[in-house]
Design a protein around this ligand. Structure first.
Ligand SMILES: Nc1ncnc2c1ncn2[C@@H]1O[C@H](COP(=O)(O)OP(=O)(O)OP(=O)(O)O)[C@@H](O)[C@H]1O
Ligand SMILES: [Mg+2]
Length: 383
């Protein structure tokens, strides 16, 4: 039996840029009551001036805390939101689509995977229904019933749900969380996409099955030469899974580079804070009470800023232990850290290149603030 319509591994070179965004900006209008009619309109500055490049055969991680704008970036890239400003280019061509045939054509190439597989699958329909619909919408069902069946089997095989007959007629509630997410991935693959936008694809799964799903995505990246945007809170998983890591804070990109460098030699004080805040069994060996009093988040002064009136200058400045007067007024551009890896940080500390000795606590105008982290040749070490 031949399967003409199922995706076959693409032959494109792995570094081909497939999707890129420049100056991507999204400001959501704040809903106003009658009493606000004569007041100036307010906006949530969810995403500002984001640059992102996705290449075939590579995973790019987008990391940041809750509310930093990660999902908004993914939805803008998927053309689910109208952007306030900026450009999105698919294989070099600017694209703006709003529904209809052009939107379907775009979706065929750029697919999204959501955090909650249970919510993204219709509980009253079987796996067969979900996958058949995806294949039909994207014109990949084949000509005969036998073609369709073969394509369904092939899709399930790709996400390692085998034997396929065991899963095809199951409803979402009859599957485990990991199996549901695999079905959601199979549905996305039904379009034969070039890009997968995975918005926290494993954060709702049991820890024990997260690795399996990440390994599956990595395998698909390699076999199908997909470009993957991997959105996560968990910077440690970015190191394991992603080729490149971008760090986002309060709607802006603050650091980027290859994952090993960003996670092992973080430059931006926010990235250091993120890494320091990740659970680390070594730190738990200390006195629990002492630990609770000295978490890095506490020492860095707590909360992310309001996105309705974001701070001037660097948005991280109210929490930054290295804050300088300039940080409160001037927006830092990306500074290339000249370490030969493409590593950059949007932080005034690097205005004159990487500091001779790495950013030592108290090296800047940080007043009485306590350090966020000690450093050892740029590698974050426990305080
Ligand atoms: N449809 C919307 N209308 C108004 N504000 C929105 C809308 N969607 C998101 N926002 C706001 O934009 C900001 C960024 O939200 P977003 O969901 O992109 O963050 P996130 O980084 O994905 O967070 P999380 O990690 O919790 O998923 C938040 O302040 C959020 O409240
Ligand atoms: Mg989100």
């Amino acid at each position: 039996m031949t399967t003409t319509s199922v995706p076959t591994p693409a032959a494109a070179p792995t570094t081909e840029v497939v999707l890129e965004a420049e100056g991507l900006t999204k400001h959501f209008p704040v809903r106003r009551g009658v009493r606000d009619l004569f007041r100036p309109a307010l906006h949530v500055h969810a995403v500002d001036d984001v640059h992102i490049t996705l290449r075939r055969g590579r995973v790019t991680a987008l990391v940041g805390e809750s509310g930093s704008g990660k999902s908004t970036v993914a939805r803008l890239l998927a053309q689910l939101f109208r952007r306030t400003a900026g450009d999105i280019r698919l294989r070099g061509e600017s694209v703006t689509v709003r529904g209809g045939r052009r939107f379907r054509a775009y979706c065929r190439q750029v697919q999204m995977i959501f955090q909650d597989p249970f919510a993204s699958l219709n509980p009253v329909h079987t796996v067969r229904y979900h996958l058949t619909r995806a294949l039909r919408i994207h014109g990949r069902a084949g000509k005969t019933a036998a073609d369709l069946e073969a394509n369904l089997h092939d899709l399930l095989g790709r996400v390692q749900l085998t034997p396929p007959e065991r899963y095809l007629d199951k409803f979402p509630h009859e599957l485990s969380g990991g199996q549901r997410q695999r079905v959601a991935i199979a549905r996305a693959l039904g379009a034969d996409p070039q890009v997968l936008l995975a918005d926290e694809p494993v954060s709702m799964l049991d820890v024990s099955i997260r690795l399996g799903v990440l390994n599956l995505l990595r395998d698909l990246k390699e076999r199908l030469n997909l470009g993957i945007l991997y959105i996560t809170h968990d910077i440690a998983s970015a190191r394991y899974f992603a080729d490149e890591t971008l760090v986002m804070y309060a709607g802006r990109m603050v650091e980027g580079g290859d994952s090993e460098t960003v996670t092992q030699r973080p430059a931006h004080p926010y990235t250091r804070l993120l890494i320091e805040s990740a659970p680390d069994p070594d730190r738990l060996q200390g006195d629990a009470h002492e630990l609770a009093e000295t978490t890095p988040v506490d020492r860095a002064g707590g909360e992310p800023p309001s996105l309705i009136r974001p701070p001037a200058g660097c948005r991280f400045n109210p929490r930054c232990v290295h804050v300088m007067p300039k940080c409160r007024t001037d927006l830092p551009p990306r500074f290339d850290l000249a370490d030969g890896t493409g590593h950059w940080a949007a932080c005034w500390l690097y205005e004159n290149g990487a500091p001779a000795t790495d950013v030592a606590p108290g090296s800047a105008d940080d007043g009485d603030a306590a350090p966020a982290a000690g450093t050892d040749n740029g590698r974050v070490v426990k305080p």
